[in-house]
Design a protein around this ligand. Sequence first.
Ligand code: ARG
Ligand code: ZN
Length: 466
Amino acid sequence: RRPALLRREAVVATVPVAVAALLTAAGPATAAGSAGAPGVGDPYFPLAGNGGYHVSHYGLTLGYDPSSGHLTGKAVLTARATQRLSRFDLDLKGLKITGLTVDHRTAAHRRDGQELVVTPARPLRKGQTFRVTVTYQGKPGPVTDPDDSLDGWIPTDDGAFVAGEPQGAMTWFPANNHPLDKSAYDITITVPKGRTAVANGVLLGQSTRNGKTTFRWRQKEPMAAYLATATVGTFQVKQYTTRDGIKVYDAVDPREANAAAPVLKKLPSVLEWESGLFGPYPYRAAGSIVDHAPNVGYALETQTRPVYDSAPSLSTLVHESAHQWFGDSVSLTSWKDIWLNEGFATYAEWLYSEQHGGDSAQKNFDTLYATPATDSLWAFPPGNPGSGANIFGTPVYARGAMTLQALRVAIGDRAFFRVLRAWAQQHRYGHGTTAQLERLAERESGQNLGPLFQKWLYRPGKPSTP
Ligand code: ARG
Ligand code: ZN
């Protein structure tokens, strides 16, 4: 979540990425008979992800030295070809490759921007499971997103803030970098003794020798690459298990500790409250990473363990926690649908307020609806942000949440809360589209909701009636 610092320029709709660019980028897919496409076809990020395979598991072994900013990495990807592949791409930006094998045989590779083009010694059969091992090193840095924010590996004064939405995973590991592909992860990180390296899922163990500490993390439930983290810093660590058996690991920069403590304490009750509304929490692990990273300007719902650039407010904790259901467990198929993440997480904040003695969701809706038609809130419709520069714009969050409130008013509380639950349950660990949500809401309510979705998600400008 970005605390209302949305620059106006970022909200002005820009020319959508031409589909033509996507096709050109796809190159001669038939030249070698069966090259994998360099992107999955996302209109906003044409080179994100790759065609021709799915990754089931990433094994990442990393070493990071905060004082030099040097990273060494070994990535072992277990993947399955969905077509015959004479060659395929991975996404990787920067860093130097020191070795690359496919099924233990050296494979030819070349770099082309963010594409790492791999040509195995012999083509992969459709349906074949294969293993890619990439060793690499260098000084990682963030990517600049279309809205000028930074994401990826962002060095801090004592480590690195690591958050990859939408593009930054490729700044620290070779990935099939699109939420369409979800995988299990094992992430092992070695840092100087005294620093802590925090990734997703459960901490399997940690050990120190020769002045270095290694942390071993396991994320079993499927995860999109952008939700992976390997945040490094000087952290105060707290571990406990909730009464639902969820393993909590909190890592907090001491400079943020006083402000963070009262909020982090509420995580178990927030997760319980959200489980009551959305169904069981999807993961076996939880927690928070509270960094001190003034140059970042946002928090990210990194899977199981959101990362905050500073001590979060309770509302932000509620927001990132709600993303564990909406965004992390139920993933996007296209960045254009980003309101399914941000509208839902924002609406969770409204519900939390409503059920904890604060403003009702309707009050939030009314306050927003009262803003003049010239406000940036109405600059573009949330279901069609127009470009990657707008995916974190105010309409996505605020008008996205207003859409849910409008839906709730139209179909009534009973059907609405059934929809929230069913959405999380039916698409658990998978994907969901706006069209699927609309169909679900129509089934649960027996109403034709086309006009409502059209009005709130797709029609430009401020709707003439609330
Ligand atoms: N998904 C995050 C949140 O709203 C925001 C991430 C913003 N990322 C960025 N590169 N600006 O919780
Ligand atoms: Zn969010």
